[in-house]
Design a protein around this ligand. Structure first.
Ligand code: 3PG
Ligand code: CO
Length: 555
């Protein structure tokens, strides 16, 4: 029968204190002026790279190595931390939805049949991120769903868009809205009453995460459900174009708007009897809205009206909370994660980040599961993030506080694994502010040094890696790798993640002298890290885990 018991590693000792450091958005790319990690002073990470050639390497962090549909898919924190924690590669949300749409299985499922009950008399509302970024959602999936739902009886459809500019270029929202408008107009020609009803920028409207700022979700609720927003337009294209002209406006931060008819009445509030689908497959930034749409008892903001709707998520966002209870596609069944194994084998675990990345080293790391496996063995600490700011204003974020918490946990010797995520290079990289991203990279590097110093003091081991690239390339490039210029001859800032590999370094006084990276897993990716970490805790990994990156040679 199944057992949680892990075999002992034949050569490596148990009981060492191990620091597991994830730099968010820290990839390896050519050193040039758009590589903020190269430009920044990063002596700690430079030293890890130069120090020990067989204890530093690169691993894959994008595309199929992390369960995404194609090699053109950049990495992201969800799939990256899932792979790091689970030690295996799962077909991820993006791919599962693609498959369900391609086979038509999405329309046979319980979720679709549940919302379909409303098609005769109610409106179908689709709410989600509008881009082809492929991190939280994809435009082509929305297009297929619009077609599929209308062919299956949806007569009145309202789309509530969230503009991106974070997983795709800023300014691309206009083109995505045009494409969607074109599709909706084709549907109208076929007799379906289909329109965009509301919108707003993803970082200002709806897509907050880890309960950092409920006002973000409220602004979306007011527009989507109540049909109320400070800006009213007759068309979404006009809305996005006009709102982008406001000072400091960008796709990510567009204010909420509603589309109104000739009488000034909003065209698509959500009312009793309607069906609602949240289009995002990724959980972190949709689960707050899911709570607002589903929970009878809810006190995070005043909903004013709580319509009786049939609601389904594209996926189920939280397996532990079973939220939402209805969904169109089943999420990846990530089970037997390294965190659960290690806790069950006596490895006391501490995890910490600041709010905006807290769920990455807990929820995503543990296979999209919130909460502890065993509260007596684990402690998860969340440092409150600054809210209501863009992080280029505070590029150091809470790196120092996170490092100090990790240091204290290491020096306290109560935990065997101390796991952190340092958000700076990612969160500031997403703002597209190159100067601030350089400051961010330096701050993250300094935080790593604090943690390595603590590991030195306790004779421990460190593993330093990243979940995907971001700050190492801040410019959109052509196929030759040259910066791409826009029509005015200006470079186009890349706010998104990249396809680059990420470094992994191991070391520390507790690391047995013969440990080095193997040469026979050149294609190793983030999913190979879990077995590596299990070895460093003194265990063999389960046989179905991706192979370890290390070997122990006698010298
Ligand atoms: C976000 O949600 O901020 C971006 O779309 C992806 O960033 P992350 O994968 O690093 O969280
Ligand atoms: Co990111």
């Amino acid at each position: 029968g199944f057992s949680w018991k892990l075999e002992d590693h034949p050569k490596l000792e148990k009981g060492k204190i191990l620091a597991m450091v994830v730099l968010d958005g820290w990839g390896e790319a050519n050193p040039d002026q758009y590589n903020c990690i190269h430009v920044a002073e990063t002596p700690t990470m430079d030293c890890l790279k130069k120090g020990a050639p067989d204890r530093w390497r690169l691993v894959r962090a994008h595309g199929k190595a992390v369960g995404l549909p194609t090699e053109d898919d950049m990495g992201n924190s969800e799939v990256g931390h899932n792979a790091l924690g689970a030690g295996r590669i799962y077909a991820q949300g993006a791919k599962l939805v693609d498959l369900a749409l391609a086979t038509g299985k999405i329309y046979d499922g319980e979720g679709f049949n549940y919302i379909k009950e409303s098609f005769e008399t109610g409106t179908l509302h689709l709410i989600g991120l509008l881009s082809d970024g492929g991190v939280h959602s994809r435009l082509d999936q929305l297009q297929l769903l619009l077609k599929g739902a209308s062919e299956r009886g949806a007569k009145r459809i309202r789309v509530h868009i969230l503009t991106d500019g974070r997983d795709v270029l800023d300014g691309s929202s206009v083109g995505f809205v045009e494409t969607l408008e074109n599709d909706l107009s084709n549907l109208r020609e076929k007799g379906v009453d289909a329109q965009i009803a509301s919108g707003g920028g993803r970082m200002y409207v709806t897509m907050d995460r880890y309960e950092n700022d409920w006002d973000v979700v409220k602004r979306g609720w007011d527009a989507q459900v109540l049909g109320e927003a400070p800006h009213k337009f007759r068309s979404a294209i006009e809305a996005v174009k006009k709102l982008r002209e406001l000072p400091k406006a960008s796709d990510q931060y567009l204010p909420p708007f509603v589309i109104v008819d000739e009488h000034g009445t909003s065209v698509g509030p959500i009312v009793d009897g309607d069906a609602v689908v949240t289009l995002n497959f990724r959980a972190d930034r949709m689960v707050m809205l899911a709570k607002a749409l589903e929970y009878e008892n809810f006190d995070k903001f005043d909903r004013v009206r709580f319509p009786k709707i049939r609601y389904a998520g594209m996926l189920q966002y939280d397996g532990e909370l079973k939220l939402p209870s209805r969904y169109l596609v089943s999420p990846p069944e990530i089970e037997r994660t390294s965190g659960e194994y290690l806790v069950n084998n006596g490895v006391r675990t501490f995890a910490c980040s600041e709010t905006v990345k807290f769920g990455h080293v807990t929820f995503f790391w543990n296979g999209n599961r919130s909460g502890y496996f065993n509260p007596e063995m684990e402690e998860y600490v969340e440092i409150p993030s600054d809210s209501g700011i863009t992080f280029n204003v505070q590029p150091k974020m809470k790196a120092l506080e996170i490092a100090e918490k990790a240091r204290d946990a290491i020096l306290g010797r109560k935990f065997h694994q101390v796991r952190v995520n340092l958000p700076n290079s990612d969160m500031v990289g997403h703002t597209g502010d190159i100067g601030a991203t350089v400051v961010a990279c330096k701050a993250a590097d300094q935080a790593v040094q604090i943690i390595l110093d603590a590991i030195e003091q306790v004779g421990g081991i460190y593993v330093v890696t990243a979940d995907h690239g971001n700050a190492e390339d801040m410019v959109k490039r052509n196929k030759k790798g040259e910066p791409l210029l826009d029509k005015d001859g200006k470079i186009q800032i890349l706010t998104s993640h990249t396809l680059e590999p990420v470094p992994i370094a191991i070391g520390g006084p507790g690391l047995a002298p013969g440990v080095r990276f193997r040469k026979d897993v050149p294609d190793g990716g983030l999913a190979n890290v879990a077995a590596t970490v299990m070895n460093l805790h003194g265990f063999n990994a389960p046989s179905d885990y991706e192979p370890t990156l290390i070997e122990v040679v006698n010298n």
